[in-house]
Design a protein around this ligand. Sequence first.
Ligand SMILES: [Zn+2]
Length: 257
Amino acid sequence: MTESVFLAELSWPEFQRRAAPNVPVLLPLGATEQHGPHMAMNVDVILPTAVCERVAQNVGGLVAPTVPYGYKSQPRSGGGEAFPGTTSLDANTFSLVVRDVIRSLGYHGIRRLVVLNGHFENSWPAVEGVDLGIRELRRDGINDMQVMRLEYWDFVQRSTLDRLFPDGFPGTELEHASLLETSLMLLLRPELVDMSKVPSDGPAKFPTYDRHPVPVGFVPASGVLARAERATPDYGRWLMDDHVELISNAVRAEFGL
Ligand SMILES: [Zn+2]
């Protein structure tokens, strides 16, 4: 049938044939969240899915369907929930989705899992989901599920960040819908980016605390937290090459592939 790395594109006999216990399955965690006036709201779905696809090709793995909803957008890392269209899960719901997918994959014989996060706010609820998933499998007598959990953006060479940010890297939280994500989208899905709509109301100046409810004017009106106007597909290529190479190396090392 197909040599696709995407698990859901296989028939069940194909899955059964390819999903040996030593085959790593990658689970991308996304979000449906505003990414400024210049990009589509599925950035956090497209980017981790693309990284997982390339890593799976490198390591002989499979990619489970991306979780398209994430834990709630926070003002200081994603602009917050007030932007029209941002559609999120409660932390508990998100964790239970991750738990259930891990449990189900475990029942079907998967023993090596890479939970790859593409949305900042998902990090801790994903940890919870992994923990609950492993706990449920243990209760059912499956004790050998091994999980790596990571944020793809952590896998980048210092030299690449220095080339992209000659004046210093502002930090991952503020990079929401900014130079990194916009460059990666220009590389992968340029038709979903309109550089003529890149705003200039950033970078955001946040205090070192949250406010609930979120005061008017707390977040830049555009929803872009840093600056995106220097984004290019070449920058996206440098980033993607780093992400894929470094994550592939980590998966090989951790799982002895
Ligand atoms: Zn994003």
